[in-house]
Design a protein. Sequence first.
Length: 401
Amino acid sequence: DLHRLIRRQRQMCIRDSLCPVLAVHYHQKYQRNEQHEYHQEKEYHLRPIPLDLSHFIISFREYEKYSRDFVALEHKLDALQTKPALTRDGVRITLLGNIEFPDEAQVVLEKGGEGIGLYRTEFLYLNRPNEPTEEEHYQAYAETVRVFRERPVVFRTVDLGADKYTQSRRWAPEPNPFLGLRSIRYCLKNLTMFKRQLRAILRASVLGQVKIMFPLITNIQELMQAKMILHDVMEDLDEESIRYNRDIEVGIMIETPSAALTASTLARDTDFFSIGTNDLTQYTLAVDRGNELVSTLYSAADPAVLRLIRMVTQDAHKAQIGLSVCGETASEPEYVMLLLGMGIRTLSLTPPMIPEIKQVIRSVTLEECHKLTRKVVGMNSERQISGYLRSAARKILPEAY
Ligand code: PEP
Ligand code: MG
């Protein structure tokens, strides 16, 4: 459990020096939903990952030892930065980074990432009383695209609502916000705001390999409507003689069971899928991803979640569209072999985890991944699957466990 906590800290981009007491502090603040203060702190990259923190009362000496071991491992793995993410039998895996701010792009590069698979653009909206202007959007996006030049940068359109609401909406909470007006639903009801962001993304698209991704799609109408609005914005830019990439790739996140179950239909109208396992797990298992009381149920290793991921992978392959996983599962060493074995070749990770995941990839063959996947597919319980995945990962990267 301690390993899990320390890894979580690193996934959250919380610096090495931070001790679990602080992690508890941040987590509790988050739980109390004090978003306003929370987002004013520098170290707030906390993704809502449920942890039962009562297990983590340890001595400082014990923490120091674990922390030292992890830092040593991190230094060792940083040497992999320029090495490719190749399996032992030569299969190339693409490792991208998940970011929230332009200055994190550099970290992705330093850690060996090959582009941005998920730019969480909603962070521009938080912690401020007014909406960002088109120019503010554009400047933030252009800065990132320039860092990556010809390498992909996937901008996810704003994913506001649920746990990430603007200052104005903070005072009008919905009774059931994760099932409410969030994400693409919110954008489709706030077209001026949505169009402003799309204009900025399109303007930045001439600077590199920019892609657009819509979050939380639940049905084909939403996708068609979002694409129609994108075309409207393109027409506006045409009229104003503003340049953009007309062939920009447009993808969607697969984060709801309905999207996973209708992936073959959605695939016809989209260039790529990115599986958001954080929300997909939450919605499949009906478990609030930020609620500690039910955190033991929250696991992507649940057979129901894995079945959906497999289905989406098969449908994406059949339709010959792009596919990646960008939820936290992709950043967990335990899941790498399974995802590869299912046929996933692109992972978008929290930047500090890129070297560790690359090390796992470089230590295995695809045949081993397939074998592991076949075994897992035959298992019935989350406990059995997660135990099996953990012991397989421990054999490959013992230093991390
Ligand atoms: C996800 O849901 O898996 C995801 C990547 O999006 P977010 O964590 O920002 O909701
Ligand atoms: Mg999500």
